[in-house]
Design a protein around this ligand. Sequence first.
Ligand SMILES: Cc1ncc(COP(=O)(O)O)c(C=O)c1O
Length: 504
Amino acid sequence: MAFSMSYKVDLSRLDRAASESLTQQLVDVFAAAIEGGELQPGEKLPTTRELAADAGVNHLTAARAYRRLAELGFVTARVGRGTFVRDLPPAAAEERGDDWQLYALPDDPPDYRNQVLGDAFRLATEPGMVSLSTGWPSPRLYPTEELAEISARVFAEEGGEAISYLTAEGLPRLREQLAARGRTAGYATDADEIVVTSGARQAIDLVARSVLRPGDVAVVESPTFVGILGSLRATGARVIGVPFDADGLDVDALEQVLARHEVRLCALQSSCQNPTGRDLSPERARRLAELAVERNFFVLEDGVYNEVRYEGRSPRPLREAAPGHVIYLDSLSKTVGGGLRVGWLAARGPVLERLTALKLASDFHTATLPQHIAARYLESDGYERQLAGSLPFYRERRDALMEALERHLAGEYRADKPHGGHHVWVSLTRPVDERSLYSEAVRHGMTFTPGGVVTAEQPRARASLRLSFSLLDPDELDEGVRRLARALREVRRRERHRATAPVS
Ligand SMILES: Cc1ncc(COP(=O)(O)O)c(C=O)c1O
């Protein structure tokens, strides 16, 4: 009770039995004292240790309360000196609106990947910005008239069934259609193996959550799709990146990881990979399937870009060689339209039962209407026409981006020509601080996806970036790369300047 006698904050009101947490109660009494003027701007608060002793709470609770007060703008912490009431008090309580949520919510430390992605979505819509950071299919190509006609037919033929609940596995008619395609492609043999999901994104999440527990080891090709990294990490598993080259995941490097760890899941895209657009070579695919069977780990095989292919033939899916070990997933998002949210997975055995149970627990089932639409669309020749019609559009854009890179960055980068997909993976010949390059690129009016966002390793000085071409016209792609090249030169000039500046 060393300071409380003379202190202006009444801690006797703390109520351990209250439903409000002690942290929130502490925040409230300090906020009230600051707002009421008992605590003046600039005044020093007790140390967290003193506060903990005086309030009879543990030290962490006291520290958490000060952190919340700082987030709310009541106090500032000065390193080595303590916590002080801010000179500029925050807005009155009623104007703070939803700020209380900051202390009602669990801690969520800022994450580099989410920050960059959030930025990319926001910046993409700013006037004048050339955004090479999103690789969605172009809405100009969506088969809207055909889908409108099919939707009308669905309601006419199905009546209320068009919007009725379904079983978790999905609409039998769609599962049959997907299995038929799976037999031709090699990823499934029977409709019973198929679960319809809300996009491939949900399928990835279901696989990660079914197979992994905190502390397990998962392997992922790196770079990869950011959603795969997100889902694997969210399980609390340790995620180890395995390098990727022009022939796909480096299976020698995978074997080294397998020698040291008990791996439960290996996640990869076997063809037209995001972000490289490259395929896993047949030789590596064969070895990988053998390893999965020998060592008994699961493989998540993501095939969403498989049919967005400009060159060569699709490799046979890994699942064909090891159907009990490989869980294949795919969607209509990259070929028809992402907003349909029609995806699927193919698996068998106990893992399929877990996946289905988790799907049921997550959202019952994928929306019924899009499943009816997708089934009829796939039964017609519309899907094949859609593919044939859209591939030349994307191929032209891929070529335009490759040419723009040569035009503006010759000698400064390396990029393997993507066989398919919507992205080019660019490696700069010399490393650069990717955050500096990103900010400078935004200042020059363009965005890209920094390599650190899509690689499994910790962000550091990197030399890689993903450029997405599917939404832009060739002249916009050229302008985007021209701005990137200027930004790169500016960052390099600054780095040189810093390196040669005399130390003061
Ligand atoms: C490789 C990869 N897998 C999965 C997804 C998610 O697809 P969907 O929109 O079907 O959820 C994406 C989307 O960008 C992707 O690039």
